[in-house]
Design a protein around this ligand. Structure first.
Ligand SMILES: C[S@@+](CC[C@H](N)C(=O)[O-])C[C@H]1O[C@@H](n2cnc3c(N)ncnc32)[C@H](O)[C@@H]1O
Length: 372
């Protein structure tokens, strides 16, 4: 199958990246923005290793679950994966993805927490730019082209307004003078301000969860789970500003905590020790001894790493032996890898938290307890 060849397809299932999977002439072909059972013709775009990537040319048998996308950019933009179907189908696809990934773990309870809003939820958006062609927007799916996305439906109202203003007039291109010819712009609404930064690291100015409504639900879940465990202390790895334990520290006057994060944060509670450290570069033994200097026994460990997960989790857990672990993850594959390596813990419950509706991403929360 050479690029540009048009082939007939039947979609078997949806992969974890939201792409339809079809077997054509015994070869695997990924076709985004399709649904299980759909048939049609697709154009082969490229081959990577043993698999092919294609795009729809014609849909001869659309799924009854297919709907018209509300977003004008959807069919070109690589940002969203599921706007061609109802939210209930999107959730079903995400649930299947998570259950498939965790099939090896026995007797786990799965719970889904849906998002109240499919659109207007992001407080932070990154757009790509290319100064020479004066292009600004998201990457077109499966390419290096930037497509303009002034009417993207995901940002909240404030971010949306700012994005629209970047598309009007020349001020963006003037501000980008002195910046590299290609890069990214981040528009971030926080603390009643909208900050636009150029070629800074992700979430410049400090990380906050991107979906504020869902963050309230996430906070609630962590608080309720911790309350059941009745901890007198907790350790938070990749804890940022303590978002996940702030509720509990306020309501439980005896609770003490240690938070580790690469970026410094001012902590108002005297019962909080903040440790400014690059966790990936700090030896596990050093992290462990920082904890054991404060706590002779650890009750709860909360961990919320970036997408890469934390490969040394098993070694760290062996050192501090928390009674229970709450692992919040934006990548269920690295979460699964980290949990598979843990010894002496039972995975009790897994929550699918739909923090990123319309896209293939979701947050997963895993609750574990020590065997004895
Ligand atoms: C997914 S965020 C979670 C933050 C926090 N739990 C929250 O809910 O706001 C991941 C955090 O990991 C931190 N981080 C990223 N790389 C790190 C590293 N190498 N060492 C320590 N912290 C890191 C980031 O600063 C960010 O606060």
């Amino acid at each position: 199958m050479k690029p540009s060849k048009v082939v007939e397809f039947l979609i078997d299932n949806i992969d974890p990246l939201g792409q339809g999977v079809s077997k054509i002439n015994n070869q695997i072909v990924f076709i985004p923005k399709t649904l299980p059972g759909e048939r049609g013709k697709a154009k082969i775009l490229r081959k990577k290793g043993k698999v092919f990537f294609a795009e729809i040319e014609e849909l001869t048998h659309p799924s009854p679950d297919r709907i018209e996308s509300e977003c004008p950019h959807f069919h070109q933009c690589g940002g969203c994966s599921y706007l061609h179907t109802r939210y209930s189908t999107e959730i079903e696809i995400k649930e299947n993805t998570l259950k498939r990934a965790f099939a090896k773990f026995e007797d786990i309870k799965f719970t889904t927490v849906e998002a109240p809003n499919r659109f207007s939820y992001r407080n932070r958006v990154q757009l790509h730019y290319h100064s020479k062609s004066q292009s600004l927007g998201q990457m077109k799916g499966m390419s290096n082209y930037i497509i303009p996305t002034p009417d993207c439906l995901l940002p909240n109202e404030k971010v949306s307004e700012e994005i629209k203003s970047l598309y009007s007039g020349d001020s963006l291109w003037q501000k980008l003078q002195g910046q590299p010819p290609k890069g990214h712009v981040e528009i971030y609404a926080r603390d009643n301000n909208v900050i636009t930064s150029y070629n800074q690291h992700y979430a410049a100015g400090g990380f906050t969860q991107v979906n504020e409504e869902m963050n309230i639900k996430l906070n609630q879940l962590v608080k309720e789970t911790l309350e059941k465990m009745n901890p007198s202390n907790c350790v938070e790895l990749f804890g940022g500003n303590g978002n996940l334990s702030n509720h509990l520290i306020k309501s439980h006057s005896e609770l003490k905590r240690i938070i580790f994060d690469i970026y410094p944060h001012e902590m108002s509670s005297e019962r909080t020790q903040f440790v400014n450290a690059d966790i990936f570069k700090t030896p596990v033994a050093e992290l462990g001894s920082t904890v054991s200097r404060e706590f002779s026994k650890v009750d709860s460990l909360i961990i919320d790493p970036p997408r890469s997960g934390y490969k040394e989790l098993d070694a760290f857990v062996d050192l501090i032996k928390p009674k229970n672990i709450i692992y919040v993850s934006c990548d269920h594959q690295t979460l699964k890898r980290d949990l598979e390596n843990l010894n002496g813990y039972k995975l009790e419950e897994v929550f699918l938290f739909d923090l990123f509706p319309s896209t293939f991403h979701f947050e997963t929360v895993a609750i574990l307890t020590r065997d004895n």
